[in-house]
Design a protein around this ligand. Structure first.
Ligand SMILES: [Zn+2]
Ligand SMILES: [Zn+2]
Length: 232
């Protein structure tokens, strides 16, 4: 029945068989150059935050495997995953992210944290796309040694407008200020202190969401926090 309603067709070439065929996945553009996620003026290795922005920001960098805008297959694949609930797309996209991030010198994290969804949105969608991607990183990044995936550290406390709908950077910041918090009642402080984390998400736009999450972790003594996303 599901097949009839929603036959498997590649988001890139429309051929039957899978939601993203090997040819289209291999043809997806990879980001060649990376810049400071905040000022966007300085090319930095793997998207680490430049020295001058590092003074005012908690996040140590955003690594994106692919450029988002102007790449219809990337945009379609992520849209279909999130809004048409085709969770099967997480696998080919996640593997692509594993390939790209493995080629960097970013420190392997102590844990992966998917950017949380608000419970309302989670209930509506039935899954968190960031968790699906983080799950693939957790199992595939270091063969034979899985990295802990921690979805019990950060939670979303406020239901916020979709970031895509809020207009400018200032509005996004206001929209997200105080939108995340730590889970309570556990010895989280000890688990965060001195640790390196990768915050995993599907797409980063301004980086405000990742910065908000990083701020909370750094306040509790995290050593390094990087955003790791499919596309930006
Ligand atoms: Zn295709
Ligand atoms: Zn900068």
């Amino acid at each position: 029945m599901a097949e009839l309603l929603f036959p498997r067709a590649c988001v890139g070439c429309n051929r039957d068989g899978s939601f993203l065929c090997d040819a289209c996945r291999n043809a997806l553009p990879r980001k060649e150059r990376h810049d400071c996620p905040f000022c966007r003026r300085v090319d930095t290795p793997y998207g680490v935050t430049c020295l001058s922005c590092a003074k005012r920001h908690a996040l140590d960098g955003i690594f994106a495997a692919m450029p988002f805008q102007g790449n219809p297959t990337v945009e379609d694949a992520i849209h279909v995953l999130k809004y048409e609930f085709v969770t099967e797309l997480a696998y080919p996209l996640g593997i692509l992210l594993v390939d790209s991030v493995s080629a960097t010198d970013l420190p392997i994290p102590d844990a992966l944290i998917p950017v949380p969804l608000h419970p309302w949105r989670f209930r509506f969608r039935g899954f968190n796309q960031a968790s699906l991607i983080a799950d693939i990183l957790a199992s595939e990044l270091t063969p034979g040694l899985s990295i802990p995936l921690r979805d019990d550290i950060l939670r979303r406390t406020r239901f916020t407008l979709s970031q895509a709908r809020s207009k400018n950077a200032k509005e996004r910041r206001e929209n997200l200020s105080g939108a995340f918090a730590l889970y309570k009642g556990k010895n989280l402080r000890e688990e965060i202190k001195g640790k390196t984390f990768w915050l995993v998400d599907d797409v980063a736009t301004t980086g405000t969401t990742l910065e908000e999450c990083a701020r909370i972790l750094k306040k509790r003594g995290a050593k390094k926090v990087f955003g790791i996303v499919l596309a930006r």
